[in-house]
Write a protein that binds this ligand. Structure first.
Ligand SMILES: CC(C)(COP(=O)(O)OP(=O)(O)OC[C@H]1O[C@@H](n2cnc3c(N)ncnc32)[C@H](O)[C@@H]1OP(=O)(O)O)[C@@H](O)C(=O)NCCC(=O)NCCS
Length: 258
């Protein structure tokens, strides 16, 4: 193996979480190259998307995830195998590793959160006007509904949006997705403070086990990552207009050719 062309490892210490951000629009990698690192099941899934845009988002996201995990684990991207829990959260099956991760996409934006030895959940949303925030928030905890009701009308959309992003990051960190009732836990969003989980009626130890951090990876895009309470560092890593992503792919090609 040529050390000049083999993928260089990314170091990740326990207590640190990496958030990788890219936009579909920024990458000019040929679609066939992306498809070539996916497994058969992923290619079948890609073929079933109705809209080309959704297909591109999925294929880029999954190819990117494989290349990224290859850099953390040393495995070849195409040999990585995933397993998922009953609610759809992905984990590494091969190689066996303490690396955990979670994925979110919205619009053109893709986020991958990577942690070592601890769970992680991430959500990202492109700002838009929700048509009926009242209908969706009627499923939220009573305290969250009261907080939204007390807001000035011009603030409600942003408040709902932020709360929704935090709630999704949390249910994704737990690996439960929307199987967890949205009124079974409450998040408080006081201004200029970290979001705080006030209670979780399914398990009262959980609010003290997780931290929620908001971030803005791009214009009009809001993200939230739920990390283990012991996490000390969360780094947002931009793929620099696709440059790093393309380099990563050329490394993979060189690696395969050997
Ligand atoms: C996990 C969930 C909450 C995420 O859904 P989403 O907002 O549609 O999509 P995101 O982009 O945030 O996340 C998708 C990724 O989450 C991961 N995921 C799926 N189920 C998951 C779970 N139970 N826990 C954690 N992560 C999960 C997958 O990797 C998926 O990416 P992939 O399909 O490319 O593999 C999903 O359970 C769901 O049901 N979503 C519906 C959301 C909805 O109705 N939103 C309305 C907004 S107002």
């Amino acid at each position: 193996m040529n050390p000049m062309t083999s993928p260089s490892p990314i170091e990740l210490h326990a207590g640190t979480v990496h958030l990788w951000y890219t936009s579909v629009a920024q990458t000019g990698i040929p679609f066939d190259d992306l498809l070539s690192v996916l497994d058969e099941e992923e290619r079948d899934r890609a073929a079933r998307f109705h809209f080309e845009r959704d297909r591109k988002l999925f294929v880029l996201g999954r190819a990117f995830l494989r290349c990224l995990l290859a850099r953390y684990t040393g495995a070849h991207p195409a040999r990585i195998r995933f397993k998922q829990n009953q609610y759809g959260k992905l984990f590494l099956e091969y190689p066996v590793s303490s690396v955990q991760f979670n994925v979110a996409h919205s619009g053109d934006c893709i986020i991958h959160a990577v942690a070592r030895g601890t769970g992680v959940g991430v959500d990202v949303e492109t700002f838009r006007d929700f048509e009926e925030p009242e209908t969706i928030s009627s499923y939220f905890a009573p305290g969250e509904q009261a907080w939204l009701l007390a807001m000035d009308s011009h603030e409600v959309n942003a408040g709902f949006f932020t709360l929704w992003t935090c709630k999704e990051a949390y249910i994704k960190a737990l690996g439960l997705g929307l199987s967890k009732p949205l009124d079974s836990f409450e998040i408080s969003l006081a201004k200029s403070r970290e979001p705080k989980i006030l209670f979780d009626s399914d398990d009262n130890t959980l609010p003290n086990s997780w931290r929620l951090l908001l971030f803005e990876p791009g214009r009009n895009v809001l993200g939230c990552v739920a990390v283990d309470i012991a996490s000390k560092v969360v780094e947002l890593r931009d793929y620099g207009s696709g440059v790093l992503l393309e380099r990563l792919f050329s490394e993979v090609r060189d690696h395969s050719a050997q």
